[in-house]
Design a protein around this ligand. Structure first.
Ligand code: C2E
Ligand code: MG
Ligand code: MG
Length: 648
């Protein structure tokens, strides 16, 4: 609201006029023609008519041109009068200003000072000369619609008419201004209400992600006022969806509110010396941001206390609920200079925690930044790398544990960068899925495999099948079957030379789409193998349902085989299952002679792993196989020896 403006609740504003002239005679003239006794015979009718034209028939007291006239004889005094009137909330409607008023301010200077104080008053410059030029007044004392030129000597009627007209205009301006301000106020209130919706989480009434970042900016901006760091602690409630599903949505909501209340109570009211913000930035994710944390030890203490706060039980529906939290921590200025980057670091740390159940609190460290940067770089290059054929299969042999013969090879994707460095599939396969280029990648690997088989074939009969890995994404691609058939037909490659490896989790996705494709491929002659078997949580019924031929025991079991370990029994059980269902069993990740001996004893049909050979480029495989043929008997012998000494 503009200071000094009368509001609607104030009594109706009078027609206040300030006349300023250093000549007392002229002041007298003003008072005469603006005073209430002024009634020249010639003027009354004219003025009455004019008022009707200007303000309509039903003119009120203001329109009837009764003026409250004040006078000053110097510019400075005029400015003071305007200021005082504004302070009393009774501003002037008009100031008549003489131009020359020695020794003080001239009329122009006084007008400019008055304009600064009061943006609404109509200023009339009254002068006998044409200096300043009337047409320039608007520029000298803006705005142009509130400054007027009035020539001396003036006629009394002229002066009164002008005053009446300008007072009427002033009242109209004021009414418009009040209406605008009211409107602005309503818009501001509405905006504030909308902001509340946009910036606050309706369930917990905590700041949401948008506001969290804004608040973090403020904390960081103020960081210089205190010593210490600004710490961002993000926490995720483990298995929150489980609580929602088992106890109901209302219980989940109540739990979120309780968590929010407890966090706010514990951290926001604790100390005025540290400023703390608590917010909710995801379904079951909360942020606690604290300014002025003095040491690494204090940061750790804080993170621990966040954990304790969330992990002490919550009473929901009469039951004590015990929660586990994953926590990620990053802080300014060490991990980022601005709010967004610090928050991003805390998010990266949180994700690390969520994956690592043994360590519920992860403190961001720079290696994670390098990972993020590395991922960013790979992402920029990946599509081009696929298109340029920089991603090629290397091949790892699978050996029969009975005959010692190589019965298959697995194609494992390798990204060979132009500088010769090799990117492992664990870095770019998930990325290809995120980016939606995994189908392209699969097609490119399949093409390379077909090309390699064609090359190997030129050196003699080739009857070793190649296993190609499929990810979940490929099984959603309805063109998959057509693509594989097309490539094999075009390359004149026997279908029996291709196996597809699927993980159990792939099969969990949506069998209604995958099953017909797999049936079709199997009918065509392509083999279906289940990779990393034993790690998925799926039911075994799909084994009976799908055209599977081979199970690959996950290397996690193989790497921990000892004579009496529980893993032995897992391997045994998988072998028994395989036998019962007439499936072959491959043990993956066989690294030592000991492991080889054990899986052989437990009845695995095939072994794959560094003990036999590491994955190698296509041309090397041919050489390896050649050499292998020559030395096979020696190898077999050495294995037999090991088995014997291994207590078989
Ligand atoms: P996977 O299909 O289970 O492949 C076996 C992984 O174990 C390979 O890792 C292989 O190099 C490694 N390995 C083999 N023998 C040993 C051993 O004795 N000891 C140890 N520690 N590891 C051994 P790699 O090549 O890094 O591949 C990792 C995963 O990436 C593969 O697991 C597969 O799931 C995926 N992958 C590889 N190539 C492709 C591909 O072309 N498409 C898709 N969708 N996934 C692929
Ligand atoms: Mg595999
Ligand atoms: Mg595997």
């Amino acid at each position: 609201m503009n200071p000094g403006l009368p509001t609607e609740s104030d009594p109706p504003a009078p027609n206040k006029v300030l006349v300023v002239d250093d000549d007392a005679l002229i002041i007298g003239e003003y008072l005469l023609c603006l005073g209430n006794e002024f009634e020249p015979e010639s003027a009354t009718a004219t003025l009455g008519d004019l008022e009707k034209v200007l303000f309509g028939e039903e003119t009120d007291d203001r329109g009837a041109a009764s003026f409250e006239v004040h006078s000053r004889n110097q510019g400075e005094a005029a400015v003071e009068a305007v200021e005082a009137a504004i302070a009393k909330k009774q501003p002037y409607a008009i100031v008549f200003l003489d131009i020359r008023m020695p020794p003080g301010m001239n009329g122009i200077e006084a007008a400019q000072a008055i304009r600064k104080l009061d943006p609404n008053v109509n200023i009339v410059i009254v002068t006998g000369s044409m200096n300043p030029e009337p047409e320039n007044l608007g520029k000298v004392i803006p705005p142009a619609d509130k400054v007027f030129f009035f020539k001396k000597p003036f006629h009394a009627v002229e002066c009164r008419q002008l005053a009446a007209a300008l007072c009427g205009k002033w009242h109209a301006d004021m009414a418009l201004r009040n209406a605008n301000e009211e409107l602005e106020q309503r818009v501001a209130e509405r905006t504030a209400a909308l902001q509340k919706i946009a910036y606050f989480d309706p369930v917990t009434r905590l700041p949401n992600q948008l506001l969290i970042i804004e608040e973090l900016k403020v904390l960081i901006d103020k960081a210089e006022e205190t010593t210490g760091d600004t710490v961002v602690i993000l926490l995720d409630i483990e298995r929150f969806s489980f609580i929602n599903e088992t106890m109901g949505y209302d219980a989940g909501t109540e739990l979120l509110r309780s968590i929010a209340n407890r966090l706010s109570r514990t951290f926001c009211e604790e100390g005025a010396r540290q400023q703390t913000i608590v917010g909710r930035f995801g379904a079951d994710e909360f942020a606690i941001m604290v300014r002025g944390v003095e040491s690494d030890a204090a940061i750790r203490e804080l993170a621990e206390s966040v954990r304790e706060t969330v992990e002490s039980p919550f009473l929901i529906n009469g039951r004590d609920l015990f929660l586990n939290a994953s926590i990620g921590v990053a802080w300014h200025p060490i991990h980022g200079r601005d709010a967004k980057s610090v928050f991003r670091c805390a998010e990266a740390a949180l994700h690390r925690s969520m994956r690592n159940l043994n360590d519920p609190i992860t403190y961001y460290h720079n290696e994670m930044r390098y990972r993020a940067r590395y991922k960013f770089d790979l992402e920029a290059e990946l599509r081009g790398a696929i298109e340029r054929g920089q991603i090629v299969p290397h091949y790892q042999p699978q050996q029969c544990t009975r005959s010692g013969e190589v019965k298959g090879v697995e194609a494992l994707a390798r990204w060979i960068r132009p500088d010769g460095s090799i990117v492992p599939p664990s870095d770019f396969i998930p990325l290809s899925e995120e980016m939606g280029v995994s189908d392209l990648l699969f097609e490119s690997i399949m093409k390379s495999v077909c090309r390699d088989i064609a090359t190997w074939r030129m050196h003699g009969d080739w009857n070793i099948p190649v296993s190609v890995n499929l990810s979940a994404h490929q099984l959603r691609n309805r063109n998959l079957v057509g693509l594989i058939k097309g490539l094999l037909n075009r390359g004149n490659i026997n279908q029996k030379l291709i196996n597809l490896e699927l993980t159990e989790t792939v099969l969990l996705e949506d069998l209604s789409v995958a099953q017909p494709m797999l049936d079709d491929l199997a009918a065509f002659g392509v083999g279906i193998h289940i990779d990393d078997f034993g790690t998925g949580y799926s039911s075994l019924s799909y084994l009976a349902q799908l055209p599977v031929q081979t199970l690959k025991i996950d290397q996690a079991f193989v790497s921990q085989l000892t004579e009496s370990s529980a893993n032995n029994r897992v391997v045994e059980a998988i072998v028994a299952l395989g036998k019962a269902m007439q499936l072959e069993v491959i043990a993956e990740g066989v690294e030592t002679d000991q492991q080889y001996a054990t899986i052989r004893r437990l009845g695995c049909d095939f072994a794959q792993g560094y003990f036999i050979a590491r994955p190698m480029p296509a041309e090397q495989l041919l050489k390896w196989l050649g050499g292998y043929e020559d030395t096979q008997s020696i190898k077999k012998r050495s294995i037999v020896v090991d088995i014997d000494t291994g207590g078989n």
